[in-house]
Write a protein that binds this ligand. Sequence first.
Ligand code: TXA
Ligand code: MG
Length: 338
Amino acid sequence: METKIFNTDQIAEAAAAIQAGQLVAFPTETVYGLGADATNEAAVKQVYLAKGRPSDNPLIVHVTGEETVKAFAQPLSDKAEALIKAFWPGPLTLIFALQPGKLSSAVTGGLNTAAFRNPDNAATLALIKAAGVPLVGPSANTSGKPSPTLAKHVYHDLNGKIAGILDDGPTKVGVESTVLDMSTDIPTILRPGGVTEEQLAAVIGTVQSSHHKVGKTEVPKAPGMKYKHYAPNAQVTIVDHEADWTAALQWASEQSGTIGVMAVDRILQAHNLPDNVEAFSLGHDLTSASHRLFAGLRHFDLESPVTGILAQGFTAEGLGAAYMNRLNKSAGQQHFTN
Ligand code: TXA
Ligand code: MG
């Protein structure tokens, strides 16, 4: 089965496929999601198969507003209401305790909580409304690969495995949503993302981050955070300090194969790039770098294969927390040392 590309005036066809229990990838402001009817257990199970995803890793339920959340979750707290008002639609996923028996354990991975998100993309909101059901949606990549920020990335990973892809061009944010657990006494960030810790704290006061180490070990609370992620074929090495690029490029020039370099224009222009270096621009700042990070990793997998990748690090503050979380995973924590 060849996967069909739907454009944004073919919402009705895409919705019909969802209603028939088929899988349709959909655009969001963060990355593309792999959609299925969240109330159809057989369809949800197909999502895990298509992605090659471990079945204990729960899925986000995509909704068009808080009404659907209330049909599944326990009554929402004032803090939850305030967050929804401030950040939905947008890159914030909220985890709530569920009413018993309302969502299949295929969605929740057997937990008594579920993750909900209202994505900021008009085509996808129209798709959910036309289908008349909420959509599960993990990122629409093969498990372990960088998340897709273009329809062609989805096509590469999932062609033949899903019915269709709703194509709405490049996603805006480029890194996935912030996952915030509202089922704990103190709201806890399980995954940093498009909404920063500072923005959350400004609305509801104290939030904690599960990335802060407990003793010496870091315990991943979002099941998905324990898996290897975002990995291109070539080893990624992070260059944290601007002053290290001279030495890093010297190292690149001594390698036998081609080395990919991902950095902002200022850095690319400040150096004479060795002949065996292929550059991928991250634009001019942290925002454009987050938008292009996954596309760059995929570029060096598919379009311009390399034997190693040097990628620019940023300070892990604000959106930088999400950027560095993803980059560290893709690099297996490998940093350039001079
Ligand atoms: O931006 C996004 O969030 C994208 C777009 C498509 O919406 N979706 C996405 O889904 O990144 P996924 O499945 O790749 O990541 C969801 C994360 C996983 O780490 C998963 O373990 C966690 O959220 N999660 C989902 N439900 C959970 C729950 N009930 N408790 C704890 N973690 C949960
Ligand atoms: Mg994912």
